[in-house]
Each structure stands twice: as C-alpha cells, then as structure tokens.
Write a protein that binds this ligand. Structure first.
Ligand code: TLP
Length: 335
C-alpha cells in the first residue's frame, strides 16, 4: 500500500546529495572542541542568526533544556506560552534537571499577549521569582502558528524592563520567518538565546543548534556534557546539519503551500479544520476521537499524529509532493 508519512517533518531521510556531503566531512573529537565540521556549523548558524556563537546538540529538547538550565536558578519560574513544547513535550525536564517550574500565559493561536507576560512576572518574597521568559515560533500545539514581530518586540521590552533573559524555542524558526517574509536575523535579534532544529523541515537526520552569547554558551556547554550530549566525531552529523541549513530554508515555502491546499481540501469535504491556524506546514483536524482516527487513517496509508484527545496533526515536508497531497485527500475524504 502506498504510504504518505505526515506524522511530522522529522521523518524525512537524508537525500543522496546530503549523504555525499556527510561522507566527506572532516572530523575530530568534539568533546575537545576539535571537530572542524561541528565548529563550521556552529559558526555558520551563529553568523546566519546574528549571534556570538552556537553549540551543536543531538536534539531540540537538549538545546532548549540546556538554555533553561543556563538562564535560570533553582526554584525559579519560566514564563512560557500555553502548551509550550519546553514543558508539554519535554517530559518535565525543566523541573527534573533545572528545578524550575513553568508559568503558562494564555496564547491564542500560539501568540501570548505581552501585557499578560508582564503580569506573569513574579518578584514577591512569597512567590517563585521569574528566571526566564520563553517563546515558541512556530508554536507547535497551536497548529504551527506564527508569532509576529510586534509581539516579539513587546515581550522583549518586558524582558528588558524586568532584567530577564528571553529564549526562543525556534525548532521551526525558519518556518516562522518564511511565513513572515523576513530574514531569520530580523527575528533572532530580539532573543538572548535561540534553539533551531536542523532535523525538522530543514531535513537533516539529527541535530539542533543553541545560539547565544559566548559566556552563556560556556555554561550551556557544561549542561550539554551533563546530559550526555558530549559527542565525538560528530562532524558527520554536523555536515548533514550544514547541508540542511544551506538548502532547507528556501524550500519551506512549498511545504506551507501544500499544507494550505491540504487544509482547504479537508475543509471542503466537511472536516473541522480551523484555516486560521494553517500558517506554515501543519494541518490540525478536530475529530471526536483522535486516537481512533489516527488508527483508521494510518490503516489507509495516511500516517498522521495525535496532538490532543480530539486533534489529529498532518505535517508537510519536502519529501512529499503535490501528488501525495491529492492522494491523502482522496483516501480520507472520499467515502
Ligand atoms: N517536536 C516533535 C514532537 O516532540 C511533538 C514534532 O514532531 O513536532 N520544540 C518544538 C517546537 C518541537 O516541535 C520539537 C519537536 C522540539 C522542540 C524538540 O525537538 P527534538 O525532537 O529534536 O528533541
């Protein structure tokens, strides 16, 4: 049976060109900081986003949690948008590793109100002090939605006023800036740290980069080692990341267009899709029982994921084509 894998944009496999590039990577021991390809990736990502430096990690989760650990102290709160990945999908790691707790602010369509962020800051002796403000762009659980620059600037102003660091979970930062039609640096400049994923829409088999100031990354580097993220001849992987960083962002526009086509097809067939949330490469469909629907669709060759008891997620990526979108619609929407 023909299968279209729409569970995530993480499922892509390295292309022959990427594999060729990886094969010829120069390597060294990265625990000693001696892997030239890892160093090149870190430098190139830092330059692209306008930061002093970068740190290669095996996963987005590790990059985010290193950032939280490096920005905060035990007993503090992290202000984050409702349903933020750093808490919802990172297995309570901010509590177990950094001994900090989340304070959610409402985020309709993934966009928190800066005024509510300001009100969420805690100073009182009776409460856990705020240690960090975090944002997610695009916001995964809201549907891959985009936080606009005005909101980001306004939250930056709160962070400045309160003397707090501001972190971006930018696992899909390039999807956000593609949708906004801006260079990634235009968004990254408002944050003290940004994590980007190379293994989602950009297409690398593994890896993220945490970006920030050198002093901050020196601390984060120790946490990476504590988490078991000290890698050796990681240049083979970093080469996949470099290739993804150079070639991936320009392709994202196509993923976004296909997501819109897919969403419109479902909507026209009477499915419950909020088209307002379809801003990048995700389509969320509301159904009575998502677990059952995921099973039924998977059995039909349309692999999808469950994002809530009543939400099915379909994600577009570069290893699908227009024909796949047509096939998915035909399999699911025709009786
Ligand atoms: N998201 C995955 C799953 O965990 C849900 C996916 O398929 O979307 N930040 C955001 C916004 C993410 O969506 C993800 C992964 C991460 C961080 C973590 O990245 P990894 O999986 O590399 O640890």
């Amino acid at each position: 049976m023909r299968i279209v894998d729409m569970r995530s944009d993480t499922v892509t496999k390295p292309t022959p060109e990427m594999l060729e590039f990886m094969l010829h990577a120069e390597v060294g021991d990265d625990v000693y900081g001696e892997d030239p390809t890892v160093n090149a990736l870190q430098l190139e990502a830092a330059e692209l986003l306008g930061f002093e430096a970068g740190l290669f990690t095996p996963s987005g989760t590790m990059a985010n949690q290193m950032a939280i650990a490096a920005h905060t102290s035990r007993g503090q709160e992290v202000i984050c948008p409702q349903d933020a990945h750093i808490y919802e999908y990172e297995l309570g790691m901010m509590a177990t590793f950094s001994s900090v707790v989340p304070r959610f602010v409402p985020a309709p369509l993934g966009v928190p109100d800066p005024e509510m962020v300001r009100k969420a800051v805690r100073h009182s002796i009776h409460q856990s002090p705020t240690g960090l403000i975090a944002l997610e762009n695009t916001h995964n659980k809201a549907g891959g939605t985009v936080v606009n620059l005005e909101t980001i600037k306004a939250i930056r102003a709160v962070a400045d006023f309160e003397g707090l660091p501001f972190h971006l979970d930018g696992a899909r930062a390039f999807n956000a800036t593609t949708a906004l039609g801006i260079h990634i640096r235009e968004m990254a400049q408002y944050f003290d740290s940004v994590s980007i994923c190379l293994s989602k829409g950009l297409g690398a088999p593994i890896g993220s980069v945490l970006l920030g100031k050198k002093d901050f990354l020196k601390i984060a580097h120790r946490y990476r080692k504590m988490m078991g993220g000290g890698m050796r001849q990681a240049g083979i992987l970093a080469a996949g990341g470099l290739y993804a960083l150079r070639h991936g962002p320009a392709r994202l526009e196509h993923d976004h267009t296909r997501a819109k086509t897919l969403a419109a097809g479902f909507k026209n067939a009477g499915f419950d899709v909020n088209l307002e949330t379809v801003q990048t490469n995700m389509v969320f469909i509301t159904v009575p029982d998502a677990a059952k629907t995921v099973q039924e669709w998977t059995d039909k060759g349309v692999w999808c994921g469950q994002m809530d008891v009543d939400k099915v997620r379909l994600v577009t990526h570069f290893q699908q084509n227009d024909d796949d979108i047509g096939y998915v619609l035909e399999r699911i929407t025709t009786a």
